[in-house]
Design a protein around this ligand. Structure first.
Ligand code: AMP
Ligand code: GLY
Length: 431
């Protein structure tokens, strides 16, 4: 089969790599891809948001399956469009993607179907939200309803911070139309874990889990980023917890989506807060996580292509998903200045010095015209370097031993990925 992966980050590199080792894949295309995907796939210079051109390319190159990394094309209906054109594609429809693209929709679904979640209220007008928050002391969470590149949730210490966040979303419209509705909810305390499953709209695969690190600096300090590292499996992820999450969250959510007339197919990603007294859903996403994918795909024993096709064809009950049992730690190398301003065009060195077994997933990289052996930076997050081993401590040691051999001017990475005791379990900035 010819497969097209849509996106350009390290998550998409990991997806393309995993598909490329499937015995039934003979060619991988990535749009737009990066210097890493170029070594084993054909990069097509098409942006992930450009659905019309992606569909044309899928026809032109005879693509048998398209797989989408990021949420924006899913929320904009790439799956519906490809299906109308008779093109096979993996992921939820536009209606299914509302589980991520509208936090109000997701909260109302969870409430209606008794899926463990915090108390919440939805506001359509600033004045109503203001009236509510004026009577609430805080702490409280204020969230823009729509997609905001992971920046739309504010965990607010007090009333003033909450009203400011509401104003930013609804009056200043810092997230544009995504802030026309706002969800206000109870603050949950505990440990965050990202849980993933494939679902064909009826059946849910076995689950896997990972933890990500959103803040720039060690000890979960500094600004929020697109993710500075991840590890799997989390310490708290026992078989008992997995069974409970399957029964109380994943299966009821898939059932609820079908009952609401918007059957959900693809990967369901539940961001959970786990406390000693139980777990609740922080958010649902309609796709794989970044940087979680970089640590859950390397150990996976099942053939990703086979699982994706079973998901599309409603056949997951006959296709067990074996996530493997190796531990993995992934450390993101970023450019100095990220997530603010940073330089581009810096040469990455040392990639050919790494131990066997170390995986490098590229994000903001390219190879210059005329010198395909050179790798230059083009983005803030440049690489995810992944080590593995029987335990997280082994995986962590493996990755940190190797990462020192890779460099570019001003490169930066966190030193505490996979250290289990996290000082600030709630990694979102408190304002
Ligand atoms: P979201 O945009 O809904 O994915 O939330 C992003 C992040 O905000 C989560 O990963 C948490 O760190 C934090 N967060 C969201 N909702 C809550 C909540 N109800 N209580 C505490 N933290 C939250
Ligand atoms: N790791 C967070 C996300 O992918 O949304």
């Amino acid at each position: 089969m010819k497969v097209l992966v849509v996106g350009s980050g390290a998550r998409e590199h990991a997806m393309a790599w995993k598909l490329s080792i499937s015995p039934n894949v003979n060619h991988v295309f990535v749009a737009p891809g990066n210097a890493g995907t170029r070594t084993f796939a054909t990069n097509l210079p098409i942006f992930a948001e450009d659905i019309a051109t992606l569909a044309m390319a899928a026809k032109r190159y005879g693509i048998d399956l398209t797989v989408v990394g990021p949420e924006i094309p899913l929320a904009n209906g790439i799956v519906d469009r490809f299906q109308q054109l008779g093109l096979q594609i993996f992921g939820p429809s536009k209606d299914g993607a509302r589980i991520e693209s509208s936090k109000a929709f997701a909260r109302e679904l969870m409430h209606k179907h008794d899926i463990p979640s915090p108390e919440f209220k939805v506001f359509h007008a600033y004045s109503d939200g203001y009236e509510f928050l004026s009577k609430h002391e805080g702490p409280i969470v204020v969230k823009a309803d729509g997609l905001a590149a992971g920046k739309g949730a504010f965990v607010c210490r007090d009333r003033e911070a909450a009203i400011n966040a509401l104003y930013d979303c609804m009056e200043d419209r810092i997230f544009g139309a995504a802030g026309s509705k706002v969800v206000v909810e109870e603050v949950l305390e505990g440990e965050e874990v990202s849980v993933f499953a494939f679902t064909d709209g009826e059946h849910v695969s076995s689950l896997t889990a990972a933890c990500d690190y959103k803040r720039l600096l060690d000890g979960d300090r500094g600004p929020n980023t697109g993710g500075m590292g991840s590890y799997a499996p989390p310490d708290l992820w026992t078989q008992e917890l997995a069974d409970n999450v399957q029964r109380e969250i994943m299966e009821p959510t898939v059932k609820a989506m079908a009952l609401e007339g918007t059957p959900y197919k693809g990967v369901l990603y539940a961001g959970l807060m786990v406390t000693p007294s139980g777990f609740k859903v922080l958010e649902f996403n309609c796709r794989l996580g970044d940087p979680e994918t970089q640590v859950i795909f390397p150990p996976m024993r099942s053939d990703l292509l086979e699982v994706m096709l079973a998901t599309i064809h409603g056949n997951l009950n006959n296709t067990p998903v074996d996530w493997g049992d190796q531990a993995c730690a992934g450390v993101v190398m970023a450019s100095r200045g990220y997530p603010g301003e940073y330089r581009r065009g810096l040469e990455v060195e040392g990639l050919d010095t790494l131990d066997e077994g170390i995986l490098v997933f590229h994000a903001g990289t390219k190879r210059p015209q005329g010198n395909p052996s050179q790798v230059l930076t083009t983005g803030g997050r440049v690489l995810t370097i992944v080590g593995s081993g029987p335990t997280i401590a082994d995986a962590r040691e493996h990755v940190y031993e190797n990462i020192e051999r890779v460099s570019f001017q001003g490169c930066y990475y966190r030193k505490d990925i996979g250290l289990i005791h996290r000082e600030v379990p709630n990694s979102r900035k408190v304002i």
